[in-house]
Ligand binder design. Sequence first.
Ligand code: F6R
Length: 242
Amino acid sequence: MQLFICENKQQLGERAAGILATQIQKKPDSVLGLATGSSPVETYRCLVGMCRAGTLSFRDVVTYNLDEYVGLDAAHEQSYAYFMRTHLFEHVDIDPANIHIPNGTAPDAHAECTRYTEALAGVEGGLDIQLLGVGLNGHIGFNEPDDVFTPDTHVVTLDDSTIEANARFFASPDDVPRYAITMGVRPIMYAKQVLVLLSGAAKAPILRDALRGPVTPEVPASLLQLHPRVTLVVDREAASLL
Ligand code: F6R
């Protein structure tokens, strides 16, 4: 496991974008697993800057997002499809056919999970790199604390703590969807590299538990202890309890 401790969010974003850009430059048809939330915002901003400067191209890149809220369509401002469009995809030269995000308004959410699982299973050799944030409760994607790890894409009931944490993006906690579709842990663990971003003092306890505590589905991010190639990019506050 590699650990980079950065001074601030900007440095964190630059470091993470540098890792992703190196991957894309080395293999222009890289398959990336992508995350939403506040952690990767600066990273995406840096990647957009590189594309605008002509030093990076997404022309042959393929992406799979981790998750999507059930009930929000791609036009909804809080959907993850909207987030990805506005933070990254509409600013880079990616082929829209290469973008994959679970469909939160599929008529049959379970059939949508099967479709997404099969699409991921078709990624030969696994994702080249999986970008992750970590929830305050240790979730990765929306794999919430549980008794077991769920390998494949599934519908999840969001934890009260997740609803509370994400309420900042909605008019009120009542507007936060109760369900989401999330990639399971299999594609994350089969990814050739996992790049994890955490910032802020609030993330310090969960980072400590994930890295130093037992591997348990009660702290889903603890599973990353078993991944052979994890790169953590964090700020000083998040690293303060290590
Ligand atoms: C987002 C996702 C989540 C977030 C996590 C951290 O696609 O899957 O696991 O990465 O909730 O969110 P932030 O970055 O907002 O602290």
